[in-house]
Design a protein around this ligand. Structure first.
Ligand code: ADP
Ligand code: ZN
Length: 731
């Protein structure tokens, strides 16, 4: 990396370009006062209209703005500047995703008060004195403070869902009393010499290769591939140790924050301390502390969600993407990007190593490995001789469940045997709630979300119907809105809650727990859940995809997949690949310790290639066929895709805009534009949606093509155009 240079003496005068964390087309030009030398990357305060905003000095400015119209930089903030490699990354992501650079920068600055000087740590507790004026917002603050725990201003405001002004008002009114907190404990440096487990020869060899890659201090991508339970985590820990040993920082991205707790325990066992965490559950003060510790280099290891990729590491030495195939690395809102792919770019710009870890790598990743762009590091077996589970299909045509039930007698018998043997079982069904569909028994009317093209899902625990797309909730109506029949609504199909009910009919005394994103939300709830399972307070787990990922339960020996066919249908490019990955992950939960595991897949299609690959432990043939199919169709990774989604409240405007866009599509060599057509989710959160899909050869510059195209066609104000490069969702 080149040393940052003072740039306010560059030709063109004392002016610089400052990028603001706003969705603006480009950086703005500001005057540099003589007494405030700045260099590229500095965080600065600048005026914009009547506001003062924080931004980053992006580089020299041209002289397109008249001297007299320039406003001055007000202040250079006392935090380390944004490293050059991160600035280049922001520009790269913006260009690749066709996003405004400021919208990307915002992800690097997502900490409102990170730039305030570290003040003394005042916290507040209720004083017992009621304010003269009691508003709803003030009431909420006092309700939060009622537990007597001291909280800093930003956390108190955050928990009460109010602005910090409300808290300050209550302080002024004497209703909150100050308590001084001790300074936040610094992040301790993880000890790379702390003794970890003794690695098997195969693990040690894999660890050696990965550490060697880190030690080159250069860009490189390794694919760490090994069945579930082969010890991939322990192995990439050694690569992290190598980064730490050379004073570098390491970043680990996990696909699911619920997994963080178990991961943190293992990290602590290996390195003797906890790393910094970065995810949506952090309180504002924790977020601020983590951000600053990353920026100063005090936090050596960060574990977190995809947005951790945009933190300002001054010395990044390693990025690990755990479960790299996972679709949740794709951010679908705001700046639409795939954190796995962007991690590779980030590492390239920073000159560091990436490890992509998975038992079921994405097809794109496998092709990259086959073509020699990624180094393949393989772990052949499960650790300590633990055997892979046996996987059998239950052919539902032969062994169907009894009427109005969803579990085949074979699966019920297996649950009985497992629990009787003092072991644990798990049922997997990727459907939250009680029933995915509720319909009228008289006329067949289906209860739909008024704002989305989606059925309402019954949640019996909460006694509600809920839309899983927009959060709309309502009660089951007493009469059918279509035919007026009374009390005739009936649930169709199973969700996890309904399975729980069925199991309890057969096993009234079984200790069961339902694990779904709405029952086990953040890392704390997940940690408690894991504790209960490991303490054998639970015999049977019923879970959605959240249980498929990464958990390690030693006593779990039976996994029943309730509907192996779910997800195989539909027009999604990756439907089969994803189902294969998901079911392999789920199956991998069985028999991870001394006890051999058993997996039963309920299916109507036992000969489907995905089911066949699983029951024959032969992913290779399936993957080869999938890869060949993609090659023939010139689909990713052999071709490029980009989706254009138009959405707005007025259906006609959206359709007209989509047609105008479609008509204006330029001719590009080998480029095919499909659509416009109504999106499968033609209505989402009250927005009508149309899609176009651009298919291009791998050699094409899709961004240039799109830029030329989109610049020509104005989109009306009430229609929003979203560009999704490398789409994962086709809804
Ligand atoms: P994977 O990530 O490949 O599924 P893990 O790293 O989670 O595998 O390892 C599976 C289990 O085996 C974990 O409980 C882990 O602690 C244990 N394990 C793996 N390697 C070793 C080792 N060398 N010594 C002791 N325990 C190990
Ligand atoms: Zn909805």
């Amino acid at each position: 990396m080149t040393a940052p240079q003072a740039i306010n003496a560059t030709p063109g005068g004392n002016r610089v370009a400052v990028l603001l964390p706003l969705p603006l087309a480009s950086a703005y030009t500001y005057r540099v006062p003589a007494e405030l030398p700045v260099k590229a990357g500095d965080f600065v305060a600048v005026p914009l209209g009547r506001r003062t905003l924080f931004g980053v000095v992006w580089g020299p400015a041209d002289d397109s703005v008249e001297e007299s119209r320039l406003k001055p930089i007000l202040q250079v903030l006392d935090v380390p500047g944004l490293p050059e490699s991160l600035r280049r990354f922001v520009d790269w992501v913006a260009a690749y995703t066709l996003s405004p650079p400021g919208a990307v920068l915002r992800m690097s600055m997502s900490v409102p008060d990170a730039f305030d000087p570290p003040a003394r740590r005042s916290a507040w507790v209720a004083s017992g004195q009621a304010p003269e004026k009691l508003t709803a917002a003030r009431n909420r603050v006092l309700a939060v403070a009622a537990d007597g725990l001291p909280r800093v201003t930003s956390d108190l405001a955050h928990e009460a869902g109010v602005s910090t002004g409300v808290v300050k008002g209550l302080v002024a009114a004497g209703s909150l009393r100050e308590v001084l907190l001790p300074p936040a404990p610094p992040y301790r440096t993880p000890d790379h010499n702390h003794p970890g487990p003794t690695l098997s020869p195969a693990q040690a060899e894999a660890a050696r290769q990965l550490a060697a890659s880190v030690n080159t201090g250069e860009f490189g991508v390794s694919l760490l591939e090994g069945v579930t339970g082969s010890g991939k985590t322990e192995v990439y820990f050694e690569a992290m140790a190598a980064a730490l040993a050379s004073g570098k920082q390491a970043l680990v991205l996990l696909p699911e924050i619920a997994l963080t707790a178990q991961w943190l325990d293992r990290f602590e066992a290996r390195f003797g301390t906890r790393p910094a965490e970065w995810h949506s559950e952090l309180r504002p003060s924790q977020r601020r502390q983590a951000w600053r510790a990353v920026a100063t280099g005090e936090a050596k290891v960060v574990v977190g969600a995809r947005s951790a990729l945009f933190l300002p590491y001054p010395q990044l030495g390693l990025i690990v993407i755990d479960e790299e195939h996972d679709a949740s690395f794709k951010q679908e809102e705001g700046v639409i990007y795939n954190a796995r792919d962007m991690a590779v770019v980030r590492a390239k710009l920073a000159g560091c190593t990436v490890i992509l870890s998975s038992a079921t790598p994405a097809l794109e990743t496998l092709v990259n490995a086959e073509q020699g762009r990624y180094v393949r590091v393989h772990l052949p077996d499960r650790h300590a001789g633990a055997e892979m589970p046996s996987i059998e299909a239950i052919d539902l045509r032969v062994d169907p469940p009894p009427a109005r039930r969803f579990l085949s007698p074979r699966l019920v018998a297996a649950i009985r045997d497992t629990v009787a043997a003092g072991e644990q079982a798990m049922l997997f069904l990727n459907r939250r709630g009680y029933a995915p569909l509720t319909l009228c028994g008289a006329c067949g009317h289906r209860l739909q979300c008024p704002h989305c093209t989606a059925w309402l899902v019954e949640h019996r625990f909460h006694n509600r119907l809920q839309c899983h797309h927009c959060g709309f909730t309502t009660q089951v109506p007493p009469t059918c809105p279509q035919c007026g029949a009374e009390g005739r609504f009936k649930p169709c199909g199973p969700g996890v809650e309904r399975l729980a009910e069925e199991v309890l009919q057969d096993f009234p005394d079984i200790r069961l727990a339902v694990m779904a994103s709405d029952t086990v939300g953040g890392p704390r709830a997940a940690a408690e859940f894991v504790r209960r399972v490991n303490a054998h307070e639970i015999d049977l787990l019923i879970g959605t995809q959240i249980v498929a990922k990464g958990f390690h339960f030693p006593l779990l020996t039976l996994v029943g997949v309730v509907d192996a066919d779910l997800g195989l249908t539909g027009g999604d490019l990756r439907a089969a690949e994803r189902t294969h990955q998901l079911l392999t992950q789920v199956a991998g939960r069985a028999g991870r310790a001394q006890h051999p595991g058993r997996v039963l897949l309920q299916t109507w299609m036992p000969e489907h290639p995905v089911v066949h690959a699983l029951t024959h432990h032969d992913p290779a043939a399936f993957l080869a066929a999938e890869t060949e199919g993609r090659r023939q169709a010139a689909m990713p990774p052999f071709g490029r895709l980009a989706a254009l989604i138009l959405a707005g409240p007025n259906e006609k405007h959206v359709i007209d805009a989509a047609r105008a866009l479609g008509r204006a599509a330029p001719v590009g060599e080998g480029v095919v534009v499909l659509g416009p057509a109504p999106a499968p989710m033609a209505l989402l959160r009250g927005q009508h949606r149309q899609r176009l899909l651009v298919k291009a050869p791998r050699s094409a510059n899709v961004q240039a093509y799109l830029r030329g195209w989109l610049a020509r066609v104005p989109v009306p104000n009430d229609v929003r155009l979203t560009v999704d490069i490398d789409p994962y969702s086709f809804l």
